[in-house]
Design a protein around this ligand. Structure first.
Ligand SMILES: *Cc1c(COP(=O)(O)O)cnc(C)c1O
Length: 366
C-alpha cells in the first residue's frame, strides 16, 4: 500500500472510478446521449444569453438559481399536470450532483442506501463517496419489481434512503407507480425516484405522487431527452423541506451563471428539443424488434436504450462491435450489453456491426 493509500479513507481504498470509456469512434452509442445536436437557433439564443450573463461575471451567480428553478417548475407542471412551485424544485450540476447532495443530507456514515440491482452505477459510487453503506437487492427475473416483494425488503432493512430508477438504467424497464407507493409506505427514509429517462416513457411520472409524501423525491436531468448533456444540469421535484435540507449541504454558488443561462435557453426551446424524442423512440423500437429477429434477447425498454444479450462472453461482442467502429456499453452485467438508440444511420451501423460481429465471435444467430 502506498503512503497516499494509507492516508485515504479506508472505505475508498482499491475502488475504481466511474469509467464509461470515452473512445473516439464513428458511432458512439454507449452513454445514452440524445444523438440530435442543438439547432442553430438554440445555439444562437444560448450564445446571446451567455454573453449577457458574462457582462456580470465579476459577481457571484444567484446562489439559489431562482429564475431557472421557476422555469424548471413550469416545465414539469406543463409535462406532468402537477402544479409545482419554485420552492419544490432544486437544480445542480447534473442530476449526479443532485443525488450527491441528497446523500450528503440524508445518507452518510452509519446510514444505508438500498437499491434494486442491476441499476445506475452512479447510485453506488455516490453512496461510496458520501460514506453511505450500499445495500443492493437483486431484481426479480426479467429485471422486474413487484410492490409486495419490494416493500418487504425495504421494511426488513429500514434504509435511510431507497433508490428507484424508472425507467431503470441499464435495463430500460419502468417501475410501476404501485411499486413506488408500496416502497414509500414501507420506507421510513427518503425514497428517490431517478427519472433521468422519463421523457422517453409514456407512463405517468412519480411526480404525480408527490402531494402529501414529504419523503418522496423525483430527480430529472437535461442530459438525455433534452439533448443537453455537456451543460451539466440536473434537478429534482420534492417537498420544500427537502429543498431546504439540500441548501445546507450544497456549496455556495454551485451552479455557475453560465450553466443557469444555458439551461434557461434550452428550456425556452423545450418543445423543439423534445421533438427529437419521438425519433429516438422509433429507433429504440427498431432496436428491440431487429435484435429479437436476430435471435437475441432484448429487454423491453421505456428509455432511449436497449439491454441485449445473452452472450456467452459479452466482452467479445463489445470488442467485435468496437472493431467495426461502434461503441456500446458493457455495464458489467454478465451476458448483456447496452446500446443507446442513435440516429437512424447510427442505429443501422450498430445493427449491421452486430450481425457481422456475431458471425466472428461465434455467438448464435437464427
Ligand atoms: C444518465 C443518467 C443520469 C444523468 O446524470 P447527469 O448527471 O444529469 O448527466 C442520472 N440518472 C440515471 C439513471 C442516468 O442514466
Amino acid at each position: 500500500m502506498s503512503e497516499l493509500d494509507k492516508l485515504m479513507r479506508p472505505d475508498l481504498r482499491g475502488r475504481t472510478p466511474y469509467g464509461a470509456p470515452q473512445i473516439d469512434v464513428a458511432v458512439r452509442l454507449n452513454t445514452n446521449e440524445n444523438p440530435h445536436p442543438p439547432s442553430p437557433g438554440l445555439v444562437a439564443d444560448l450564445a446571446a444569453r451567455v454573453a449577457e450573463a458574462a457582462r456580470g461575471m465579476n459577481r457571484y451567480p444567484d446562489r439559489d438559481a431562482v429564475d431557472l428553478r421557476a422555469a424548471l417548475a413550469s416545465y414539469l407542471t406543463g409535462s406532468t399536470g402537477v402544479a409545482l412551485g419554485t420552492d419544490e424544485v432544486w437544480a445542480a450540476n447534473g442530476s449526479n450532483e443532485v443525488l450527491q447532495q441528497l446523500l450528503q443530507a440524508f445518507g452518510g456514515p452509519g446510514r444505508t442506501a438500498l437499491a434494486f440491482t442491476p441499476t445506475y452505477s452512479m447510485h453506488e459510487l455516490i453512496a461510496n463517496g458520501t460514506g453511505t453503506a450500499w445495500l443492493p437487492v437483486p431484481r426479480l427475473p426479467g429485471f422486474a419489481l413487484e410492490p409486495e416483494a419490494a416493500a418487504l425488503v425495504v421494511t426488513e432493512h429500514a434504509p435511510e434512503v431507497v433508490f428507484l430508477c424508472s425507467p431503470n438504467n441499464p435495463t430500460g424497464t419502468a417501475v410501476d407507480l404501485e411499486v413506488v407507493e408500496a416502497v414509500y409506505e414501507a420506507a421510513r427514509g427518503v425514497v428517490v425516484v431517478d427519472e433521468a429517462y422519463a421523457e422517453f416513457s409514456t407512463r405517468p411520472s412519480a411526480i404525480t405522487l408527490l402531494g402529501g409524501r414529504e419523503r418522496l423525491v423525483v430527480t430529472r436531468t437535461m442530459s438525455k431527452a433534452f439533448a443537453f448533456a455537456a451543460a451539466r444540469l440536473g434537478y429534482l421535484a420534492a417537498d420544500p423541506a427537502v429543498v431546504q435540507a439540500l441548501q445546507l449541504v450544497r456549496l455556495p454558488y454551485h451552479l455557475s451563471v453560465l450553466s443557469q443561462a444555458a439551461a434557461l435557453a434550452a428550456l425556452a426551446h423545450a418543445d423543439e428539443l423534445l421533438a427529437t424524442v419521438a425519433a429516438v423512440r422509433d429507433q429504440r423500437n427498431r432496436l428491440l424488434a431487429t435484435i429479437r429477429e436476430m435471435g437475441l434477447e432484448a429487454v423491453d425498454s421505456d428509455a432511449n436504450f436497449v439491454l441485449f444479450g445473452e452472450f456467452g462472453d459479452q466482452r467479445a461482442t463489445w470488442q467485435a462491435l468496437l472493431d467495426r467502429g461502434v461503441l456500446v456499453r458493457d455495464v458489467g452485467l454478465a451476458g448483456w450489453l447496452r446500446v443507446t438508440a442513435g440516429t437512424q444511420d447510427e442505429t443501422t451501423a450498430f445493427l449491421d456491426a452486430l450481425r457481422d460481429g456475431m458471425a466472428t465471435t461465434g455467438e448464435a444467430t437464427q
